[in-house]
Design a protein around this ligand. Structure first.
Ligand code: C5P
Length: 205
């Protein structure tokens, strides 16, 4: 069983993906971490974020069992990740590792932007997770312990810019797969979003 969760930045995909994976005893991969790890390595080596060769070289060194969400959580890494993610050659280089993960038994949860559309088009369950940008920014600010108005404005700006880039890029743009269920968590807390997602999965099991 493959559960694909896609959606815009800070929509709670990672948290929901982990909860679902724990609930069903499945493996979980936050695919955003792959793009973040590539971006982090390019930045570390003072490489140019818009150079496909640096990005592909970084992708070849990836160890998916060693991705550290805390280290990769920084806003400048997120921004660089969305730039490297627009490169078709880098996306192509990351397909095999994601599909190999998706074949794990007894099941997997993958979250990202193109899981239901490109990586696992045959996933049994597809959820497209959305929430208003302000609500997403508020949740991300709380997560980062950022309580001032300036930090909130910066986070909101970052979310909007990344969404814009992810939606309008030519390669695997962010969009809801035709057979994905829309889950809007604007008015839901994590617990309610989790229960709604479990209902969607259980309907298919
Ligand atoms: O999900 P997260 O915010 O960690 O992703 C960072 C960036 O990686 C996104 O802004 C997006 O550009 C890219 N990404 C992607 N496809 C995925 C997962 C993430 O393009 N499947």
């Amino acid at each position: 069983m493959i559960i694909a969760i896609d959606g815009p930045a800070a929509s709670g995909k990672g948290t929901l993906g982990k909860r679902l994976a724990d609930h069903y005893g499945y493996h979980h991969l936050d695919t955003g971490l792959l793009y973040r790890a590539v971006a982090a390595q390019v930045l570390d080596e003072a490489g140019m974020v818009d150079d496909p060769e640096s990005a592909i070289a970084a992708a070849q060194n990836l160890r998916i069992e060693r991705l550290d969400p805390v280290q990769l959580g920084r806003p400048e890494i997120a921004e660089a990740a969305s730039r490297v993610a627009a490169m078709p050659a880098l996306r192509a280089a990351l397909v095999a590792v994601q599909r190999a993960f998706a074949a794990k038994k007894p099941g997997v949860v993958l979250d990202g932007r193109d899981i239901g559309t490109v990586i696992c088009p045959d996933a049994e369950v597809k959820i497209f997770l959305v929430a208003d940008p302000e609500v997403r920014a508020r949740r991300r600010a709380a997560q980062l312990g950022a309580h001032d108005a300036e930090a909130f404005a910066r986070i909101l700006d970052d979310i909007r810019r990344r969404d814009e880039r992810d939606i309008h890029r030519a390669a695997a743009p962010l969009r809801q797969a035709d057979d994905a269920r829309l889950l809007d968590t604007t008015a839901l807390d994590i617990e309610a979003a989790f229960r709604a997602a479990v209902d969607i999965v259980d309907e298919r099991r």
